[in-house]
Design a protein around this ligand. Sequence first.
Ligand SMILES: Cc1cc2nc3c(=O)[nH]c(=O)nc-3n(C[C@H](O)[C@H](O)[C@H](O)COP(=O)(O)O)c2cc1C
Length: 201
Amino acid sequence: MKVAIIYHSGFGHTKIVAERIAEGARKKLKDVILLDSKMAIQQPKLLLESDTLVFGSPTYFGNVSAEFKLFMESTGGAWANQLWKDKLAAGFTNSSSTNGDKLNTLTSLSIFAAQHGMLWIPLGIMPKYDSAGKQLPEPNGMASYLGLMTLSSNSHEEFFEPEDLHTAELFGQRIAELTRQLKSKSKEYTEKKNLLTTKTI
Ligand SMILES: Cc1cc2nc3c(=O)[nH]c(=O)nc-3n(C[C@H](O)[C@H](O)[C@H](O)COP(=O)(O)O)c2cc1C
């Protein structure tokens, strides 16, 4: 079973998050690969072989970066043939404003996955609150549900929510665990995947 994490990172922050997701995922599965979005365009077979694709982009002007969009638009052939149908998908974004319209980026990534017929894995980590209802500095401090949001500095490799990178690791573990659970016993899925691998992309 393989998980591929595809990301773009103009200034290195999203890359750090991608690496922490991979670290978490490797606690549950051996075959976890990281591909920057340029590399991913060159590696359609690797993506096709993967059971789960995790998409990560910084939020630039309230959406995925142009570089990540290039990757998205390079997958038209896979989309037309629905080659990624029923693979698992998940998404993450980093930006330097607390809100910064990050949700729109995750929405774009989830629509991308939906158009490919993929099954979206939400973050699945409940934020925690004290008895007065104040949110605590626990995992998912950004209180995101659709996917992982992280908050970094604009310039330094610094993350402002203390639990963000830990949350990335937990998300990676969840993605790998779900990949194992949902894909391991699916004989039909394996047969279909083998059939699709023989098709030209
Ligand atoms: C062209 C551009 C547009 C940006 N737009 C946003 C934005 O809409 N919201 C936000 O919170 N941050 C925005 N930022 C800040 C980035 O999200 C921030 O620099 C982040 O660290 C980038 O991640 P990276 O290091 O992986 O490239 C923008 C940065 C650039 C260069």
